[in-house]
Write a protein that binds this ligand. Structure first.
Ligand code: GDP
Ligand code: ZN
Length: 288
């Protein structure tokens, strides 16, 4: 598996735990294949620990910005304050994850800061939609073992606004990683001018986690209009009760989703954000 990509240099880790430095065979580029961290590859050893990538296995999932292949889950980190909790941003990140078929987990960090109802609110709001919520404090070390357990034996990417504590959480999970606080968010700001560098950090428990936050771009460009309702799991559960197949849950009559919103079964904020996103993807499709 490619565990590090710097420009066109790749570090490949074998099942035996050896690491080889590889360049990609020119043919790969000709075939339009751009290897990414997380890709399972075949390579030939040239000398010592150097090799050439020959083939890239088909990807289960692909996250484009930053480029990471075969991600199993996205941990969406938020905080009750500093920065203030934005449910619309949370829903946007969940849509981006669902659209790429990635499992999403919500992590409410900074549990040590005063918060009235956020935790309970998130539990009911997102528990109903089927999302797991973890409550952590990187500062106090609270909830860290629970988070660590979720990261074992899979490839994860952390996402969420700058300042919520993503690097602090990773440092807590494995102090040896020594990520400088603020480092992973700095990478985003530096943008295009630096060589693209993405690395999968190995946790002692066997999990891999990207050192760069996922979804550096928050627009819904890749989301097709008809796919948007599918990105809300709690809508999917009841949509078969809508009168029309392919109901967009907007102005159609006898819409089960709208009824569920009215009865309080589906959270109003989730539905409101759905409508915001629907406007966005509709405008996008018109502009093509
Ligand atoms: P990132 O941008 O998401 O990687 O966030 P950082 O890990 O850089 O943290 C941003 C700021 O929040 C830093 O000043 C951290 O010390 C602070 N911070 C991180 N986790 C916690 C926490 O659980 N509680 C409190 N009170 N502050 C935290
Ligand atoms: Zn409907």
């Amino acid at each position: 598996m490619i565990v590090r990509a710097i420009g066109s240099y790749y570090s490949v880790r074998t099942a035996e735990g050896e690491t080889f430095q590889c360049r990609a065979r020119g043919r790969l580029k000709k075939d339009g294949i751009s290897p990414a961290v997380g890709d399972r590859v075949e390579f030939t050893v040239h000398s010592g620990t150097e090799g050439v990538l020959e083939t890239v296995a088909e990807r289960d999932t692909y996250l484009a910005r930053p480029p990471v292949a075969n991600v199993d889950q996205v941990v969406i980190v938020c905080a009750p304050q500093n920065p203030p909790l934005s449910l619309q941003l949370l829903d946007r990140l969940l849509v981006l994850a669902e659209n790429r078929n990635l499992c999403a987990l919500i992590c409410l960090n900074k549990d040590d800061l005063p918060h009235d109802k956020e935790e309970e609110y998130l539990h009911t709001l997102y528990g109903r939609a089927g999302y797991k919520l973890l409550v952590t404090s990187a500062k106090l070390g609270r909830g860290i073992s629970e988070l660590q357990r979720e990261l074992c034996d899979r490839v994860s990417v952390l996402a969420g606004p700058s300042g919520v504590g993503k690097s602090s959480l990773l440092n807590r999970i494995q102090p040896g990683l020594r990520l400088r606080t603020g480092e992973i968010s700095e990478k985003l700001k530096r943008g295009k001018h630096t060589t693209r560098h993405v690395e999968l950090l190995s946790l002692d428990c066997g999990g891999l986690v990207a050192d760069t936050p996922g979804f550096s771009q928050l627009d819904l460009t890749d989301v097709k209009r008809e796919d948007l309702p599918l990105c809300f799991p709690e809508f999917v559960q009841i949509a078969h009760h809508c009168r029309f197949a392919g109901c967009m849950h907007k102005s159609e009559p006898d819409c089960a989703v709208k009824e569920a919103v009215a009865s309080g079964e589906v959270a109003k904020s989730r539905y409101e954000h759905y409508l915001v996103f629907l406007e966005e993807v509709t405008a996008q499709e018109r502009s093509y």
